[in-house]
Design a protein around this ligand. Structure first.
Ligand code: COA
Ligand code: AMP
Length: 631
């Protein structure tokens, strides 16, 4: 293997040769005809003509190669006090059997299955069972409420929905079934059946005929073998926040997903088959799809499925307990989780309780990693701490220190440089690269490498409009930043109104739509303000209709409840205030960026286009009353 620079250059100069070599690491039913197929550009395809199966490469392959008894999954659930170890053979058998269940209830190749589940092995089984028969899964994060779930049901039109009776959050049971029932009432698409996994801490009521108990569903089921699919078929759809309230259905192509993830395990994370890999995220997010479920299994690793939190389950030593108990070699989490631990155990006393010799590296992503958090983690763990940057759309890291190629200097605050396969440019408004060190729109040169989205689910137009239009020849990431004199990338902010709350990506536009539904609200703005723990949290400003005499606190309580009910607790929308008016440009655009700077006490330039500068003082006073805009 060469140096980072050599390998990066090879991937840039000869992408087809580079990715064909990576693809040889998988088991194909039929090799591809063309490595990169640009005939339908900009909807590019990798490995067209090839036939392959995701589940085969995740499970059966390892069984066939003599690794039946290797652990595939370790389920560790401090919230229920359950631990389970599942070998590759057992997981293969359970998946093959659930594929039979899906078939029994009418799911065939190309059909969609929506999965609304907590962090339990059955979720992984359901995902892989879809891939086994060529059905397309769409997992919805458990922290989303009915309305968000309904939007995803409407778009994906699943034939079957797989869910569970409940999730377990510290101190409370989240009943999924009423949320699902309500979502089905709100949606226009009716699945044939819902298969419900009943958990012992709460039993859900089933609706006769439509709902089927997970265990009963297995009656008289025969296991199903892997079905060959086209390399370019979608393996899953994962919805993510866009700038409007309508989520974007990111499509993941089968072969590109397999090839990029398998390659990333050695090249980026430097792990080998048999190693224990832990991504402490949720399967409802892309990190969970890629690095709890798929990549570790493609690579023959043992993956940890952790149903718990970094703190409070039972304490801030939870991560270190899991690492030492299961001999984790490489771990991945979000900076916010580390900040939560650091807050409770600032001197890392709990680390000393455990033997962490097994741990070789700690990766962080999902939001900007502040240098303090990175340094603190490095000091207490004494392993390389790697910030890396990517998004739901790309499916795997765009920029990282690639430990399996060559460890480069770590600069806190930077996710290092482009991973081989990606070409990152920082552009000005005319699509020209800005000079070194200047801020611009971080953009990815087309064509994108394997694994990244070829389009949005049944919405080519939105794909082109959202990502490919502003900077011709590039994919627009929505992030702004700089490339410094050493070629290191720094991610500074978003260019749109997406915010990142505790590593979760949320649309402020979506929250504004909810606030605007309140009968007393004339207009509103939601923006992300700095938060020491979660990175950002949403803050709502509302202007009331004339003549409203209701107590402001009552209205605020209402809108907070509405966001929780309509979007979900994950939005963490807990702060709002009533203002007399909102600052706008003369053309009527709300100056959200300026309000955010005022709230965070950051200097700003008075916009020339503002209709009445005095409003900014009014806003500052209102924000001061709720603890913001302190200077
Ligand atoms: N189902 C139902 N509700 C959920 C949920 C799920 N799967 N996940 C989170 N929630 C709820 C939480 O209970 C919380 O509800 P509350 O308002 O009643 O307290 C709310 O959604 C917000 O959750 P969260 O953002 O997780 O905040 P928290 O205050 O519970 O915990 C941290 C803070 C830092 C411990 C937590 O955010 C964390 O572990 N973050 C890691 C982020 C991560 O893994 N991101 C993935 C990208 S790598
Ligand atoms: P998601 O699609 O939910 O994974 O969110 C992707 C977005 O999270 C990116 O576009 C960034 O805005 C942010 N993000 C993810 N990783 C990082 C990182 N390492 N540094 C800065 N921002 C990040």
């Amino acid at each position: 293997m060469g140096s980072y620079t050599e390998i990066y250059q090879l991937a840039l100069d000869k992408p087809e040769e580079f990715w064909a070599a990576a693809a040889d690491d998988l088991v194909w039913q039929k090799r591809w005809d063309k490595v990169l197929d640009e005939t339908n550009s900009p909807f590019n395809n990798w490995f067209s003509g090839g036939r392959i199966n995701t589940c085969y490469n995740a499970l059966d392959r390892h069984v066939d190669e003599g690794n039946s008894s290797r652990l595939a999954l370790i389920y560790d659930s401090p919230v229920t006090n359950v631990k389970q170890k599942i070998t590759y053979l057992e997981l293969r058998n359970r998946v093959a059997s659930f594929s039979g269940v899906l078939r029994k209830y009418g799911v065939e190749y190309g059909d969609r299955v929506l999965i609304y589940m907590p962090m339990i092995p059955e979720t992984v089984i359901a995902m892989l069972a879809c891939a086994r028969i060529g059905a397309i899964h769409s997992v919805v994060f458990g922290g989303f409420a009915s309305n968000e779930l309904a939007k995803r049901i409407d778009d994906a039109k699943p034939k079957v929905i797989v869910s569970a009776s409940c999730g377990v959050e510290p101190g409370r049971i989240v009943e999924y079934k009423p949320l699902l029932d309500n979502a089905l009432k709100l949606s226009n698409s009716e699945p044939n059946h819902c298969i419900i996994f009943q958990r012992e801490m709460h039993e859900a009521e089933l609706i006769e005929k439509r709902d089927i108990d997970w265990h009963d569903a297995h009656d008289r089921v025969t296991s199903v073998d892997c079905v060959e699919v086209e390399a370019t078929d979608p393996v899953y759809i994962l919805y993510t926040s866009g700038t409007t309230g309508i989520p974007k259905g990111v499509v993941r192509p089968t072969a590109g997903h397999l090839v990029s993830l398998k390659w990333s395990m050695k090249s980026i994370y430097d792990v080998d088959p048999g190693d224990v890999y832990w991504a402490a995220s949720d399967v409802g997010w892309v990190v969970g799809h890629s690095y709890i479920v798929y990549a570790p299994l493609f690579h023959g690793c043992t993956s940890i499925l952790y149903e718990g939190k970094p703190v409070g389950t039972p304490d801030a030593g939870a991560f270190w307990r899991v690492i030492s108990e299961h001999q984790v070699n490489c771990m991945f989490t979000a900076p916010t989780a580390i900040r939560a631990i650091k807050k409770e155990d600032p001197y890392g006393k709990l680390v000393k309780k455990y033997n962490l010799k097994c741990l070789r590296s700690q990766f962080l992503a999902g939001e900007r990693c502040d240098p303090d958090t990175l340094e603190w983690t490095k000091n207490i763990l004494n392993v390389p701490v790697i910030d890396h940057w990517w998004q739901t759309e790309t499916g795997w890291p765009i920029a990282s220190n690639c430990l399996g190629i060559e460890q480069r200097d770590i600069k806190p605050g930077s996710p290092t440089c482009a991973v081989p396969g990606w070409k990152i440019d920082v552009l000005d408004e005319f699509s020209k690269p800005v000079p070194t060190g200047e801020i611009g729109a971080i953009s990815l040169k087309l064509p994108l490498p394997p694994g990244s989205l070829p389009t949005l689910w049944q919405n080519d137009e939105r794909f082109v409009e959202s990502y490919l239009t502003t900077y011709p020849g590039y994919y627009e990431t929505g992030d702004a930043g700089i490339i410094d004199e050493d070629g290191y990338l720094h991610i500074l902010s978003r260019t749109d109104d997406i915010i990142n709350v505790a590593g979760h990506r949320l649309s402020t536009g979506g929250m504004e739509q909810v606030l605007a539904e309140h009968k007393d609200v004339a207009e509103c703005a939601v923006l992300g303000v700095n938060d020491q723990l979660k990175g950002q949290i949403p803050l709502g400003l509302i202007v009331l209709k004339d003549g409203i005499n209701t107590e402001h606190s009552e209205i605020i309580e209402d809108v907070i409840k509405m966001v929780r009910t309509e979007i979900g607790p994950v939005a963490a929308f807990k702060v709002a205030t009533v203002v007399k008016r909102l600052p706008k440009t003369r053309s009527g655009k709300i100056l959200r960026g300026i309000i955010q700077k005022i709230a965070d006490s950051v200097d700003y330039d008075m916009p020339a286009t503002i209709d009445d500068p005095e409003i900014l003082n009014e806003i500052k006073e209102s924000l001061q009353k709720i603890g913001y805009a302190k200077q």
